[in-house]
Write a new protein. Structure first.
Length: 357
């Protein structure tokens, strides 16, 4: 397929508002990159610059080593799938999928073979004579993907393609996109605000906030070793717990609670003695134990797990995701331990690694 490189990409609008700052990434042939972040973080703008739908203010966009920064969208050999499907209601599914090839004046026999092949991949063979209004939202999104597949582009671009679907269809269509990627071995950029989509789809994730790239890495890297409190809080569901603490006398001291540390954790914080830091603990890294007393105010049973919400110390809120079915009631006390801990500099919000000052 293709290698795609974004070098020092900026987007500055005419009113001098900057939407994207110094975006850099080299996307490997056949890689699925997911841009994730809250609304307004610049992820869709970045995708639109790659597609040629937005001008690039500064920087260079390279496709297979060729600079295409100023190349018109129609000549970039990319296909974009939008969240609103953008299908022609008066055309059949076959006609919608074939439309771009008809405009290119390709041989009708070639068009027919390409449409049937794409329909087979997406399970749409029996739907080709129907109109879009006769299909479900998930099927319509598959038609939009099929329209891209028949073009055989170098790069597929997805702009929040599942946001209009209900939860069940989102899960099913997400799996179809993953299978499509594996089957086509295609280079893809995918934009979403849903971190579950990012974690399940991506080879690598680009996490963005306010136009800046916060971290690029595999899903496990962003989950297990977040660069800062933003990434730590955005990736993971339920979100990470954060506590204001001070490292002193070999343990962490918060408002009305104390968290013991092992030797490795003490070593990581060796340069932060008597300093205020932020402690991060994922709900799934909290277990029933003996160190911390939590007063429960809410208990959510999820089948295999239970979300327990409570307060510890001086009314400090904490959420734990405990294994199994628990039946804690409002006012119950439970003893908990923090199994895995993340440490962040209070001023910079960056992760504290061993040896940091």
């Amino acid at each position: 397929m293709a290698e795609l490189s974004l070098h020092h990409i900026d987007k500055i609008y005419d009113n001098n508002v900057q939407a994207v700052y110094d975006f850099n990434i080299d996307i490997r042939d056949g890689e699925l990159i997911v841009l994730v972040g809250p609304s307004g973080c610049g992820k869709s703008t970045t995708l639109r610059m790659v597609a040629g739908l937005e001008d690039i203010s500064n920087g260079n966009l390279l496709l297979d080593g060729r600079d295409i920064t100023r190349v018109p969208a129609k000549d970039r050999d990319m296909a974009m799938v939008f969240q609103n499907y953008a299908l022609y209601g008066h055309m059949t599914i076959y006609e919608n999928m074939a439309f771009s090839l008809v405009l290119r004046k390709e041989d009708p026999n070639v068009i027919h073979k390409k449409v049937l092949a794409a329909a087979d991949i997406l399970g749409l063979t029996t739907q080709l004579n129907k109109k879009p209004s006769q299909l479900s939202g998930g099927q319509r999104q598959r038609v939009a993907m099929g329209r891209s597949i028949v073009r055989n582009p170098k790069v597929f671009l997805f702009d929040e393609p599942l946001s209009n679907l209900d939860a069940k269809l989102r899960g099913a269509t997400r799996r179809e996109i993953l299978l499509l990627h594996k089957r086509l071995n295609a280079t893809m950029m995918y934009v979403t605000h849903d971190q579950t989509e990012a974690l399940t789809l991506a080879d690598r994730i680009v996490c963005m906030s306010m136009g800046h790239v916060q971290q690029i890495g595999t899903p496990l890297e962003l989950y297990d070793s977040p660069n800062n409190t933003f990434v730590a809080g955005f990736i993971g569901l339920p979100p990470m717990n954060f506590f204001d603490v001070t490292f002193e006398n070999g343990s962490l001291h918060g408002k009305g609670f104390e968290v013991p540390l092992n030797d490795e954790e003490k070593s990581i914080l060796a340069n932060y003695n008597r300093k205020a830091i932020t402690l991060g603990v994922r709900p799934e890294d909290i277990v029933e134990g003996k160190d911390l007393t939590v007063k429960v105010f809410s208990n959510e049973n999820l089948g295999m797990n239970t979300l327990v919400h409570g307060h510890m110390g001086d009314n400090i809120r904490v959420t734990a995701k405990l294994r199994g079915w628990a039946n804690y009631k409002n006012g119950d006390s439970v003893k908990l331990d923090f199994k895995r801990k993340h440490f962040f500099d209070k001023e910079t919000t960056n992760a504290i690694r061993k040896g940091d000052r």
